[in-house]
Design a protein around this ligand. Structure first.
Ligand SMILES: Cc1ncc(COP(=O)(O)O)c(C=O)c1O
Length: 407
């Protein structure tokens, strides 16, 4: 992987901060997969971190009604008041957490929430502790705000998650914040409640900020760990409509901020975004309706069935998945028994067998070339087809046969 972000510009030079912003490998892979599809090749997509289900019909109907009724003007930067109240109700009913709607800020995707959190917390050179592997954009948000992402190697022993002890050991006088995601991307693992409570305490003891990304919290397949909001009112807790509510393209998320940060977050949101999409916010109100929830719950069951199938099938093929992910829609598989370079493995698998997966390099550096991420965001029949193709690819590789490129 070359430093593809070290671009020469012809006019004014790029801002220095851009040297820290790299392309998502998965997007390059997706582009290549689409190009192959355009040539008529059949591709099994297991690279995409986006639910394959449509947005629940009541949400779409609410969007059409809002547009028709003329709900098309700017809303307050903090969000549609009724939506902030609906989110607060959801925390109370689902999680028993009593959150003042005033602390809930609606954002352009959870991505907007991550940017706001980093924007209000980081001064140049401030360090942020995060798991390696973790969601690639996190380190780039930190770099964009001129902070320093400090990845801490996390393996199967801790479910690929940071622990309070790791945070304590990794904390330096320059550390400003720790960032966790539960369930996480790329691993689908959660942080157990007691460990999350210890993390809250460890960060508080050091006078730092804790950012907890709960964007996959609705997609947990076993016992759901508590939201960090049930443990503290001092964390920045992020969630959104993209994953559980299957609304990726509507670009809506939220962040619950500690009270003392409300004013700076509002100022930053006003200036960066003015407001989120008005139509999308009216639509999102319908996401909490019983009809939408029933649809989302059926989808969650389908994801669970896919996870169970794929974990077993990949294990039988020789991938090692030592921790059963309890949420999201990812399997983070150790492929070191099958290849010594997951990046060329993923490329070769795509070119020769039409199966798109994501190499570990997107998510950090710790044993990245020994891992790949599978997203089960496609139907069971396509997952079975993908598994059959990977099986055939590995059999050919074992036999030393040249790759057969399907027509
Ligand atoms: C862990 C995590 N956080 C945040 C996001 C951003 O999602 P969005 O901006 O669509 O809400 C993603 C997207 O894949 C993610 O995996």
């Amino acid at each position: 992987m070359g430093p593809d972000h070290a671009v020469q510009t012809q006019g004014a030079p790029l801002a220095a901060r851009m040297s820290g912003i790299a392309t998502f490998q998965v997007l390059k892979l997706l582009a290549r997969a689409k190009a192959l599809e355009a040539q008529g090749r059949s591709i099994v997509h297991m690279e995409i971190g986006e639910p394959d289900f449509p947005t629940p019909a009541p949400v779409t109907a609410a969007a059409l009604a809002a547009a028709r009724d003329g709900d098309v003007h700017y809303l307050p930067a903090l969000g549609l008041p009724a939506l902030r109240e609906a989110i607060a109700r959801w925390y109370r009913d689902e999680h028993g957490a009593d959150i003042d709607p005033a602390r809930i800020v609606v954002t352009p995707g959870s991505s907007g929430a991550l940017l706001l959190a980093m924007g209000v917390l980081l001064s140049p050179g401030d360090e942020v502790l995060l798991a390696d592997p973790s969601y690639p954009a996190n380190r780039h948000f930190i770099r964009f705000c001129e902070g320093v992402p400090t990845g801490i190697a996390c393996g199967a022993q801790t479910g690929y998650q940071l622990t309070a002890e790791m945070i304590t050991r990794g904390w330096t006088p320059r550390t400003r914040a720790a960032m966790v995601a539960t369930p996480a991307n790329p691993t689908g693992t959660t942080i157990p409640g007691p460990e999350l409570a210890r993390i809250v305490a460890a960060v508080a003891e050091r006078g730092g900020a804790l950012v907890v990304d709960e964007i996959y919290h609705g997609l947990v397949y076993g016992e759901r760990p508590p939201t960090a909001l049930a443990l503290t009112d001092q964390a920045f807790v992020i969630n959104g409509f993209s994953k559980y509510f299957t609304m990726t393209g509507w670009r809506l998320g939220w962040i619950v901020v500690p009270e003392a940060y409300l004013d700076p977050v509002e100022r930053l949101a006003q200036n960066l975004f003015l407001a989120c999409s008005t139509v999308a916010q009216h639509a999102a109100l319908a996401a909490f309706s019983p009809e939408s929830r029933a649809i989302c719950e059926r989808q969650r069951e389908e994801f669970r069935a896919r996870r169970d199938y794929l974990k077993q099938a990949l294990t039988e093929l020789g991938f090692d998945i030592p921790v059963t992910p309890d949420g999201a829609f990812y399997l983070y598989a150790d492929c070191s028994r099958l290849t010594d370079d997951s990046f060329s493995f993923a490329l070769d698998l795509l070119e020769t067998s039409g199966v798109a997966i994501t190499p570990g390099l997107d998510f950090g550096t710790h044993r990245a070339r020994a891992h790949v991420r599978f997203a089960y965001t496609t139907g069971m029949d396509r997952l079975r087809e993908g598994v059959a193709r990977i099986g055939a690819y590995l059999a050919r590789a074992r036999a030393g046969a040249p790759a057969a490129v399907p027509g």
